[in-house]
Design a protein around this ligand. Structure first.
Ligand code: SAM
Length: 471
């Protein structure tokens, strides 16, 4: 039975409810009055539930879909302005005891070199990332209680936060490691992490068990209930995601929204972010072996519908996607992207991007300077801001900032100030020129006069060598 409030995976991601929602969507996909009614509800910017959103996903009426895309763009602008937050993944270890059939780190892969960074190597990687201009990382590791125990992850987090190289600093570490215990989540919280990210991979239990045939990750309930344990452990920013390509996207989409509804119902706060990964080629993994891959058009439709269904949730796209796809999705709702990523363990300290231990092939291979310049040329403000979490604006406090409309007096100046730091410390002359002009153009868009003045003063001080201002 379907119970959004239940703490049991099979009750809050109820298979029968997903199937019923898909049947309802099929029945109503040409029901124009209902589609219009759902669109009107979406325009209130309070989101849609999984059934409503599923009807729009099934709809193929061009006129309605154009309205969906326009609304997604508008909601994106209303809540996130033209800011795009930048981050990079940092792979700590590819030792893994799981058997995930789509991931090259699976235990049976005997030819992939196994690597685990020492603290010295973590330091070298972080310095390389700081030298590019990164301030926000997502750490990644395979699941291996012997090689990558929680103590190792905590030690790495401490090392990362401790490194102050030139004007560099990593100010927020998000964590993407396997589902763990409440006690371990509490330790991660105490270590000062930002978001805890865990992709569900697939919500379809039967497929999940086949795709994860061996290892601790095989346990569907333990994996699906991880966010509840993370929240019990005090982490209030959690990030969801489905790996598109594994199962039918309509199933995943409905279930993903049910997961968000569950978090809201039980913890009073929905997911902080939703990532949008698609399966990619990697080492011994051939994506064509998975027959549920989705086209770029469907991917864009999904992105727009996530945007209008959960308007306050950040959306993330990685370098799994190429420049063209990223550009299309940025307009439809994405608020965070990675740049200059290396998905191999120890990849940032190598001159040439190594591919031997990559978790997936990187499609967007530009430097951070190039990505930042490209974003600005497309009318976006690349932001290196990490202020919210450092000011304790997490969980429902972040959501109320979003809802109050004060984001423009807070995130906007913070984005401009952190962009200014990037321009001063890391950018090429060409990027500097474009960026400084953009800052001049964007400063007047801060609504409150007092904030506008202070931001302008801070930006002058950054030019004179000061760092790390925030609202
Ligand atoms: N090992 C941890 C776990 O099980 O959650 C950490 C996650 S892993 C380092 C990051 C994510 O990469 C996985 O959750 C999965 O969705 C994704 N991934 C794995 N293989 C992939 C592939 N071939 N293409 C694209 N993404 C992949």
């Amino acid at each position: 039975m379907y119970h959004p409030n239940s703490l049991k995976a099979e009750e809050f991601i109820c298979h029968e409810e997903v199937e019923a929602s898909l049947a309802y969507a099929d029945e109503n996909k040409d029901n124009i009055p209902l589609l219009r009614q759902i669109l009107e509800k979406a325009k209130l910017r309070k989101g849609l539930d999984h059934r409503e959103a599923s009807v729009l996903l099934a709809c193929e009426n061009e006129e309605i879909l154009q309205e969906v895309y326009m609304l997604a763009e508008q909601i994106k602008k209303d809540f996130y302005g033209n800011r795009i937050v930048m981050f990079a993944p940092l792979y700590l270890s590819n030792y893994c005891v799981n058997g995930c059939v789509y991931c090259p780190y699976h235990l049976k892969n005997k030819h992939i070199p196994r690597k685990k960074l020492s603290q010295e190597e973590v330091r070298a990687e972080v310095i390389a990332l700081q030298d590019m201009g990164h301030k926000r990382l997502a750490i990644e590791a395979g699941e291996d209680p012997v090689n990558n125990p929680i103590e190792y992850i905590l030690e790495c987090i401490d090392t990362i936060y401790s490194i102050k190289h030139k004007n560099g600093a990593i100010r927020r570490v998000n964590v993407n490691i396997a589902a763990t215990t409440v006690e371990n989540y509490r330790k991660l919280k105490e270590a000062g992490i930002g978001t805890y990210i865990l992709f569900q991979e697939t919500y379809h239990k039967e497929s999940y068990e086949k795709l994860h045939p061996t290892g601790p990750k095989h346990d569907y309930a333990y994996h699906t209930e991880a966010m509840d344990r993370a929240m019990e452990g005090g982490i209030d920013d959690v990030g969801l995601g489905v790996l598109y390509g594994l199962e039918l996207y309509r199933y995943e989409f409905a279930a993903l929204l049910m997961h968000a509804e569950h978090l809201e119902a039980v913890h009073g706060v929905g997911p902080h972010t939703i990532s949008m990964p698609r399966i990619k080629h990697a080492d011994d993994i051939d994506p064509s072996a998975f027959d549920n891959s989705i086209s770029d058009d469907i991917f864009a439709k999904l992105c727009a519908l996530v945007r209008i269904s959960v308007p306050y949730t950040g959306m993330i796209i990685s370098t799994r996607e190429n420049q063209e796809v990223r550009e299309r999705l940025l307009r439809l709702g994405i608020s965070q992207i990675s740049g200059a990523s290396r998905t191999s363990v120890g990849g940032y300290t190598e001159e040439v991007r190594p591919t031997d231990t990559e978790q997936f092939d990187v499609s967007d291979q530009r430097t951070l300077d190039e990505v930042v310049r490209w974003l600005m040329e497309k009318g976006f403000i690349p932001s290196f801001c990490t202020a919210c979490y450092r000011e304790g604006r997490t969980g429902d406090r972040f959501m109320s900032l979003c809802k109050s409309g004060q984001i423009q007096n807070c995130c906007h100046p913070n984005a401009l100030m952190t962009l200014k730091e990037f321009l001063e410390d890391y950018a090429s002359p060409e990027t500097q020129e474009i960026g400084n002009a953009l800052i001049e153009r964007e400063l007047p868009n801060i609504p409150k006069e007092k904030v506008r003045q202070i931001a302008a003063d801070y930006i002058r001080e950054i030019k004179n060598g000061k760092r790390d201002f925030r609202f």
